[in-house]
Design a binder for this molecule. Sequence first.
Ligand code: AVI
Length: 309
Amino acid sequence: MPHGEFARDLLAALAKRPRQLSPKYFYDAAGSALFDRICELPEYYLTRCELGLLSAHAPEIAKHMGAEAEIVEFGAGSLAKIRLLLDAVRRPGRYLPIDISGEHLAAAARRLQQDYPLLEVLPVVADYTKGLRLPPRVRRGSRRIGFFPGSTIGNLRSDEALRFLKQAAVLLRGGALLLGADLVKAPAVLHAAYNDAQGVTAAFNLNLLARANRELGANFDPAGFAHSAFYNAGLQRVEMHLMSLRKQDVSVCGRHFEFAEGETLHTENSYKFTIDSLQALATHAGLRPGPVWTDKHRRFGLLWLHAPS
Ligand code: AVI
């Protein structure tokens, strides 16, 4: 991602009230490593729940995919989850992981290719929340199955989520989307997942300020800000903010901004869904709800959404 975009969006966020920045800026190398640690935390049930659902239901999911399907993963990251599906599909056709971070994606794709020598792996460096073009299908009529795991859909605004699903309906026409999403649950469980005892989520949030200092020569004092994460029940989302602990001035790219004590920079929304709300959103986007897999506590959902021809 060009640094110019980070500078532009951060300056715009600081100039507005309330101050809010896209969560995509969490994921520099340090932020991605911290996110990998979050996924292993005892309080962060999302990854474990989803991996459990994928391993328990992989054979059934593979049947829905069909032989020689082309699998398109949106926001592929480390490519760990797809392995569970690839192991269950008898003859996968081609795998297209899409990610914004080219280096990270290329390294992960190389490792995957070594482990699955018969699979054609074709990484696509792109921002899948913007207009996305895919290479032509391997064969006319081959089925395309999208995979959007991790509840990343929850980090999109509702208009972005709808736009993403509409785009998926078009790109996957004649195939389907497998969507992983976190479900509404007791606020205490959500609170713990975003306020872990080891402080990894706090470090992940605060890394944004360190990133601005490293890349943009900003002078944020990370000790002058606190991680704040809470469940906003009215909007069914966990909000993360960086809260100024005192009145302070910050300079970014030669521009000065004042933070009052208690003022925040809103860094992430993580929406939580019901199966019904997801299926309604998907239907509105032109997808047709199919099977749903969920764990016994209904913490996390995997939804199969048909993309009509
Ligand atoms: C990537 N995304 C789905 C995570 C989430 O739960 O919203 C990012 C995250 N933020 C704090 N912890 C994890």
